[in-house]
Design a protein. Structure first.
Length: 339
């Protein structure tokens, strides 16, 4: 936590308070990006994947996404059909998450931050949840569920709810489980494992009306997204949410040259959110907590000791997910604290 960390984490005062999210170099062009075999990639984040769309800072993209495994995951299939389809990806050593993109943002350079404003997310009208047979050792309790299960849900997009069982209705809150930029040159990162570049974060707070900040690692940023969820609990304990696809997602992209980040950060109408990802959940806690302390001390002029104390009194640590190899913790910093 020396000078290097202080320099590399955030220029936070300018980021959130003085500039108030001001866009730099904004334009008003709207682009359409439909998920097709030509506009998606599956399995990896990699800076060598050619962009399928080039935009300017400030532009908006209306995009769609596929369900997992290039859309082969579908409503109404059986657990046996799922396992057979999934095995074809395992045989190719390919992860299941299919991403729309990459999108190249003109002016984005390594060391910048890409601001992604999530304006609107409309899912298709069905989704699925499943847990895989326990022998695969995936999920929070694989040893307790040896057989696996597959459930299909009809999504009521008028009421924004899904019926889980008679008398059990779940409100929908769609979000994109995977949003990320290309990792550093020379790295090929699995789409299923979140890290400093974003990726499969599975953070349910990233609904419409929120903003994601990502550190840019390569020229153009190369943003991709997918793994749409209609609703998910913190933890995503059986491996899946209600997995679906986005029919219409409206995202605005802004290159921020006034910011520095080491890893993703989120802003909602009510909170700032620091994130941490690590194979060890305890280490993920430390990463998110240190970033929260840094954020508070830099933006409010508190000593790090006072910022640490404030985190203990008013900041909630939540388990983002426990199933994506790198587990996630996010620290919820209430904006209402700061008068």
């Amino acid at each position: 936590m020396g000078a290097f960390r202080l320099k590399s984490l955030y220029l936070l005062l300018g980021m959130f308070i003085l500039l108030g999210g001001m866009a730099m170099g904004q334009s008003s062009k709207v682009h359409k990006l439909v998920a097709t075999p030509q506009t998606v990639h599956t399995g990896f984040f990699d800076s060598t994947i050619p962009p399928v769309l080039t935009i300017d800072s400030g532009d908006t993209v209306a995009l769609s996404t596929m369900m997992l495994m290039d859309g082969k995951l579908r409503c109404g299939m059986t657990i046996e059909e799922l396992m057979a389809t999934r095995q074809t990806y395992v045989d190719r050593k390919l992860g299941p998450i299919t991403l729309t993109g990459p999108i190249y943002i003109n002016g984005a350079e390594p060391g910048d931050v890409l601001e992604v404003r999530i304006k609107r997310l409309v899912p298709i009208n069905c989704g699925v949840n499943y847990h895989l047979p326990g022998r695969m050792n995936l999920g929070g309790l694989p040893e307790d569920f040896p057989n696996g299960q597959f459930k299909t849900f009809q999504l009521d997009l008028w009421k924004m709810e899904a019926t889980f069982a008679p008398g059990i209705v779940i409100p929908l809150r769609p979000f994109l489980g995977a949003m990320g930029v290309a990792p550093k040159p020379g790295e090929k990162r699995p789409t299923a494992i979140p890290d400093y570049f974003g990726g499969n974060m599975d953070n349910k707070e990233l609904a419409a009306g929120t903003t994601l900040y990502l550190p840019v690692n390569v020229k153009g940023g190369l943003f991709s997204t997918g793994d749409a969820h209609a609703v998910q609990g913190d933890g995503e304990v059986n491996v899946t949410a209600i997995e679906t696809a986005i029919e219409e997602g409206i995202l605005q992209f802004i290159v921020r040259k006034d910011m520095k980040l080491e890893r993703p950060m989120v802003e909602t109408p009510t909170h700032w959110i620091a994130t941490g990802y690590h194979k060890d959940l305890n280490e993920a806690v430390k990463i998110a907590l240190r970033d929260a302390i840094e954020f508070i001390s830099k933006t409010k002029g508190l000593t790090r000791d006072d910022a640490y104390a404030l985190c203990s009194l008013a900041v909630d640590l939540r388990v983002t997910q426990i199933v994506d190899v790198n587990k996630g913790i996010h620290a919820m910093i209430p904006k209402a604290l700061f008068k």
